[in-house]
Design a binder for this molecule. Structure first.
Ligand SMILES: *Cc1c(COP(=O)(O)O)cnc(C)c1O
Length: 823
């Protein structure tokens, strides 16, 4: 019998039965966590039917499938969004209420599966959701880290990292699939064997292996019965009798092999836009890529006999260079297992693989020392060497005698394997993640590659899913939008543009701002509970939430707050509209200046929040443990969105889009997707400031920027910077913030002072902030501006982005999933 989630009574019984089955308890005795589990299993029952229907439709239609390969999937909680996409949220909320349960409280029991750092991982999650909603067959391929992104605690103003044991109570939405276990081999050496038919076969020997076991998670489309699969790989020890025959009986090797599996997927590296270069990281990459490639091929071969058809049925999208070994792994399979000729194998590989570039920052570009790479992946290294040899021949043919080209473009050079070069040479597509970023790739960072392969380069401006970031995260506004423009926006965000009809309507303005106010109340309550700080929901909520990174310039924001506070102290009677500055950010555990910036924010908060003389005109709040679940509430409550990266450094940004959708107004530089946001909503409905990317790039080239000149000539800036080193915010230790001061002025500390042009942009930023205050005082004007931002956010749906990937790169067909007939 088919279960119907909308059958309230059946659902209620299912929840009660689950509590008994799982915990041998009645509902009244069950803990909140146990109820969350029971409810989730009841929801999973419904999902399973649709999941199986989707899989059989895919088989029946023999659909082409995209494998989205990513080291990170920052999924956020599943229960609420699964219910939203099953269009069962209200019904389930009511059923639970009748049982005396609150769905919000139950949702809050779910840990965030935080298998990602920030934007790149969240993009992968939005893409999976859009793929399902649009009806495109897809697998996400990633790693089931036992510990995801660390939990952040703030102790004494400092960040403390706490392990995130997200699996401790069991995760109800995952499904272990041991029948799809694969072996992944590391180390050893390659032996060339002559075959009877006169060929040479390469075999890896003396290796250690681990078993890769996938866990499937359902990715539910909105109201369409489509359920795609996110497969994340766990590592299990290969039993020692499975040791390579060469090493049978080698006890030490057997133990090493077991340890390899133990550690392999323990942790996610907590660096955003920065490469740690650790050997274990390369092992993680090859581990999940090899397993995913093996499963993709096995699936293909079940239905097809000619491997040359692979590009017709399979696409691999490489989310940054992290999964780039996929190209060599696919080559290995085609050469060694399928015994294809090189050109044949290369042809297939090129058509299957495509690469997304996420950053131009040098410290984020992956380069592996040959020593590590060849020792860990000896056969893969041989193949990369051959790819490199042929690629260099191609360069020489195009640019005879130009050794500079080879120096700049070779895949292996100076003792290093350059993963971006490998991805570009071996894929058919290289895409940037916003228009400006793509142009910088073509004209600056990857200029040589663009000249050689102009047709590979394309832009796919990032997007976000409106199902999570409006329909679920901001239910009041979602309902209001639907009341005004109908519900089409849920699956076609361009339809939200119809809101422009209401931007001058006073009643609509009033309702829109009242919803913002309700969301600010909800966040104020969260802040009171978590920080113990009272914030006034009538003040301007000015929010910067994102990873802590120097290029994102949280420091510019704090320095400006310090400046405003000085102004208020010097002119107590000045007109001042109350502001609440809200921050949320995790810093990589080893990133000193980032962690010190968190301490500075908290120290500034401590002083300002407790200064009675300024009558609560400024409040500063640092929200602990910024993550997808609290992000949803934060976006809904924001008046002002801080997108203030040094121009040219933020490839796209997606936080900017979530704020825009929720009716926050952006203060930002002309960087990343901000440029396209300005195009959509109009510069007059944003607060744009600072140097352009061309100016920044020119200064970097000419090395002619001197922050000391600004320091010497601007009293206000000087005063703020002196407060970093005179103990004003750190009375116990006036040296505490010295490194931040040095980063701005001291050329001995970094290659040049103020690498991110904070002082250069300070005045222009302060002016833009002042303009915001003026604009906010005009209630109607502000309401209109906020509404226009929501109304013009249509382009920034990940549905639009996915349609572009499908059209230009993947060439998938939509699948319709027919619900099975009831018996
Ligand atoms: C959207 C999102 C990000 C990315 O934010 P940016 O401002 O684009 O850097 C990071 N973390 C979480 C939890 C997010 O939801």
């Amino acid at each position: 019998m088919k279960r119907e989630i909308f059958d309230k009574e059946a659902f209620k019984k299912e929840v009660k039965d689950n509590v008994r089955m799982l915990y041998r308890k009645d509902l009244e005795e069950a803990s909140e966590q146990e109820i969350f589990q029971a409810v989730s299993y009841a929801v999973k029952e419904v999902i399973i039917d649709q999941w199986m229907e989707t899989q059989s439709s895919m088989k029946r239609e023999d659909s082409k499938v995209v494998y989205y390969m990513s080291m990170e999937f920052l999924m956020g909680r599943a229960l609420g969004n699964n219910l939203i996409n099953l269009t069962a949220y209200q019904a389930v909320a009511e059923a639970l209420e009748e049982m005396g349960l609150d769905l919000n409280v139950i949702e809050d029991q779910e840990p965030d599966p935080a298998l990602g750092n920030g934007g790149l991982g969240r993009l992968a999650a939005c893409f999976m959701e859009s793929l399902s909603t649009l009806g495109y067959p897809a697998y996400g391929c990633g790693i089931r880290y036992r510990y995801g992104m660390f939990k952040q605690k703030i102790k004494d103003g400092f960040q403390v990292e706490v392990p995130d044991n997200w699996l401790k109570d069991g995760y109800p939405f995952e499904l272990r699939r041991p029948e799809y276990t694969y072996e992944v081999k590391f180390g050893g050496y390659v032996r060339a064997v002559n075959t009877p038919d006169g060929r040479v076969k390469f075999v890896q020997e003396g290796y250690q292996s681990v078993k890769a076991v996938p866990y499937d998670m359902p990715i539910i489309g909105y109201n369409n019965h489509m359920v795609n699969t996110l497969m994340i790989w766990d590592a299990e020890p290969a039993e020692c009798f499975e040791l390579d025959s060469f090493d049978k009986g080698d006890y030490r090797k057997a133990v090493e092999q077991e340890n390899l599996a133990r550690n392999l997927v323990d942790v996610l590296y907590p660096n955003d836009n920065h490469i740690a270069g650790k050997e274990l990281r390369l092992k993680q990459q090859y581990f999940f890529v090899s397993a995913s490639v093996q499963r993709a091929i096995a699936r293909f071969k079940k239905m097809h006999s000619d491997i040359h058809d692979l590009p017709k049925k399979v696409a691999f999208q490489l989310n940054d260079t992290h999964p780039t070994v996929a190209v060599a792994e696919l080559m290995r399979y085609l050469l060694d297992e399928e015994e294809l000729q090189w050109d044949d194998a290369w042809n297939i590989t090129t058509q299957v693989c495509a690469y997304t570039n996420h950053t131009i920052m040098a410290e984020a570009l992956e380069k592996w020392p040959i020593e590590i790479f060849s020792r860990l992946l000896p056969r893969i290294y041989q193949i990369v060497e051959e790819i490199n040899r042929r690629f260099i021949l191609q360069i020489q043919e195009h640019y005879p005698g130009d050794n500079g080209k080879i120096e700049r473009m070779a895949i292996i050079y100076n003792g290093q394997v350059k993963m971006a070069h490998l991805a570009i040479a071996a894929g058919h597509s290289v895409n940037g993640v916003a228009r400006l970023h793509t142009e910088i790739l073509k004209n600056q960072e990857l200029k040589d590659f663009y000249e050689l392969f102009p047709d590979k380069f394309n832009n796919k401006t990032n997007g976000i899913t409106q199902r999570r970031f409006l329909l679920h995260g901001n239910q009041l506004l979602a309902k209001w939008v639907t009341d005004h423009v109908g519900e089409e926006w849920i699956t076609d965000l361009s339809k939200i543009e119809k809101l422009t009809l209401y931007v001058d309507d006073e009643k609509a303005q009033h309702e829109f701002m009242n919803i913002k106010y309700q969301n600010k109340l909800r966040l104020a309550k969260y802040i009171k509970e978590h920080n113990g700080i009272d914030v006034d929901p009538r003040s301007i909520f000015d929010v910067q939430v994102k990873r802590l990174h120097e290029y994102k310039r949280q420091l510019l924001n704090v320095l400006h707050i310090m400046y405003l506070y000085n102004e208020l102290k010097e002119h107590p009677d000045m007109e001042f509209y109350p502001r609440t500055f809200i921050f949320g950010a995790k810093a990589a555990a080893g990133y000193k200046n980032a962690k010190l910036t968190i301490k500075l924010i908290n120290s500034v908060a401590e002083v300002i929040n407790n200064d009675k003389s300024i009558q609560d005109k400024i409040k500063v709040v640092f929200i602990e443990d910024y993550r997808v679940s609290n992000a949803e509430w934060i976006f809904a409550a924001a008046d002002v969105s801080e997108q203030i990266s040094t121009a040219s450094k933020e490839a796209s940004g997606t936080g900017n889009m979530k704020f825009m959708l929720n009716g926050a107004v952006t203060i930002g530089t002309m960087d990343g997707a901000n440029v396209e946001m300005a195009e959509e909503v109009g510069k007059e409905n944003m607060f744009i400031f600072g140097m352009s990317s061309d100016e920044v790039i020119a200064h970097e080239k000419n090395r002619d920027y001197d922050p000391m000149q600004i320091f010497n000539n601007d009293q206000d800036i000087r005063k703020v910077l002196m407060q970093l080193i005179n103990g004003f915010y750190s009375p116990q230790d006036s040296e505490l913030f010295r490194d931040l001061y040095n980063s701005l002025l001291n050329t001995q500390c970094t290659q040049y002072a103020d690498t991110y042009f904070i002082l250069a942009d300070f005045r222009s930023y302060a002016e833009a902030q002042k303009a915001i205050t003026e604009a906010y005082k005009d209630e109607k004007g502000w309401a209109k501006m906020a509404m226009l931002n929501t109304a013009h956010s249509g382009k920034f749906s990940s549905d639009r982005t996915i349609e572009e990937y499908v059209r230009d790169i993947w060439h998938l067909e939509k699948l319709t999933v027919e619900p099975e007939k009831e018996d």
